[in-house]
Design a protein around this ligand. Structure first.
Ligand SMILES: Cc1ncc(COP(=O)(O)O)c(C=O)c1O
Length: 443
């Protein structure tokens, strides 16, 4: 399946982690940077492994925040990018270049699996920009400006995408553009009732938000297929079909944010939303699409895209030859190495291992997600389900010391995020579950 893993790549002599941290502190904005009480410095990577300046190997369980989809420095990715940079490094949209149309056609073909009318792409440099573009298109198409987003969502860091983000700690750029309302999350673990009742309540909430917080007709409804930053909250199986229907009844577009869930991460399918059978009007992608090369994209139908005719818009780097080479290589590898199928298989094993642990330790409150998009919500005890952010911090630190890097998320900071490169093996899944068990014993 995945290429054989070479030994740790040789790196030029790196400064110590403390020298690097001091330079960062002196010359970068005083914003949260490296995680962990004792920060890790990464100087090289190969497939699902990362190496610090002393050659210590880490199993990567977070993929540069769900971004390194096919593996670090995958040989095909490296060779296709090198080939492209040797030939032509940048091309503005002013001149034709063969790569952008060709890749757009491939991406649209994938998008047809969730909506047969998907045909038209637009490329950006990031997920935030892609979500901005989705709003631009939805406003142009509907002639309206109101959007609904989901509580606990994360859609980016521009002004509008921060306004669409339903987490107080990220909502720190007030004031925002008007016209964003929030609808309740289908968060079964924290709902008093069955998962089906949780979905029904979230849908009733959406109906009420539409009726009470908007003029009754909207431009669009933004939703992540599975929440990433929000803590891997996974809506019930009937949520999206019903939500999309309700949104369309109110004149809006269903804007499905697959920035984290796309590229096969949820297993089996290229797009996560395929698991729900719901039909988005606009798909938003970024992160794993470029395996770490900056790229974002939206894909929509010809009918919707036609609304942009005559409007002036531009993006210096979007769809450039390097980004297209990166995204093309990622798609080649996802297909040739069956990474979506691998994500389904390895993810199922990971979830099974974590659920076994849940039976032994009540602090493992919830194990959720799909494929290699897995969350573990840690609580003080199974009865109170009290959020356990301090425990979570200590657990990620202990796992890091054991050589396994996982992320942390959730509005309350108590969910482990396991979103590794899709080339993970069964052994990697088992090692991660074992590291969590050990961490929970030690802390
Ligand atoms: C679901 C989702 N949408 C959008 C974004 C924003 O993407 P970017 O950081 O590339 O701007 C993120 C980033 O974490 C994300 O998780």
């Amino acid at each position: 399946m995945s290429p054989k893993i070479a030994a740790a790549p040789k790196s030029p002599k790196a400064p110590s982690a403390s020298e690097t941290a001091a330079l960062r502190a002196a010359h970068l904005m005083p914003l949260p940077g490296p995680m962990f009480a004792k920060p890790v410095q990464i100087v090289s990577g190969k497939m699902q492994f990362l190496y610090d300046e002393n050659g210590k190997e880490y199993l990567d369980g977070f993929a540069g925040v769900a971004t390194v989809s096919i593996g670090h420095s995958h040989p095909l990715f490296v060779s296709q990018l090198k080939e492209q940079i040797d030939r032509l490094q940048h091309n503005p949209p002013l001149y034709l270049h063969p790569s952008v149309g060709a890749f757009a056609a491939r991406l649209a073909e994938k998008a047809k699996t969730v909506n047969p009318d998907m045909e038209v792409c637009f490329f950006t440099n990031s997920g935030s920009e892609a979500n901005e573009m989705a709003a631009f298109v939805a406003k142009a198409y509907t002639g309206r400006h109101e959007f609904i987003a989901v509580q606990r969502s994360y859609h980016g860091r521009t002004l509008l995408t921060t306004a669409l983000t339903g987490q107080h700690n990220w909502r720190n750029q007030q004031p925002y553009p008007a016209g964003v309302s929030f609808t309740p999350t289908d968060y079964a673990y924290r709902f008093e009732g069955t998962p089906e009742q949780s979905t029904a309540a979230a849908l009733r909430g959406l109906e009420m938000t539409l009726k009470s917080s908007t003029q009754g007709k909207i431009a669009g409804f933004y939703a992540e297929t599975i929440m990433g930053v929000g803590g891997l909250i996974t809506p019930g199986r009937s949520y999206f079909t019903q939500a999309a229907e309700m949104v369309r009844k109110h004149g809006g577009l269903f804007i499905c944010d697959e920035v984290q869930a796309g590229v096969g991460r949820t297993g089996e399918h290229y797009f996560g939303i395929k698991h729900w059978g719901a039909m988005p009007d606009i798909l938003v992608m970024a992160k794993g699409l470029g395996n770490g090369y900056p790229i974002g994209a939206i894909i929509t139908t010809r009918r919707i895209a036609e609304a942009m005719k005559g409007l002036l818009h531009y993006n210096t780097f979007g769809g450039g030859p390097m980004a297209m080479a990166a995204a093309g290589a990622v798609m080649d590898v996802v297909e040739s190495e069956n990474l979506a199928a691998n994500a389904a298989k390895v993810g199922a094993r990971l979830i099974a291992g974590l659920r076994k642990l849940q039976l032994k330790d009540e602090r493992v409150g919830d194990v959720r997600g799909m494929g290699l998009m897995v969350g573990v919500e840690l609580v003080k005890d199974g009865k109170s389900k009290e959020f356990a952010p301090e425990l979570t911090l200590r657990v990620v630190e202990s796992m890091k010391d054991q050589g396994v890097l996982v992320g942390k998320g959730g509005l309350e900071g108590n969910t482990l995020r396991i979103q590794p490169p899709l080339c993970w093996t069964a052994a990697d899944a088992d090692r991660t579950a074992a590291a969590l068990e050990r961490a929970l014993k030690d802390v």
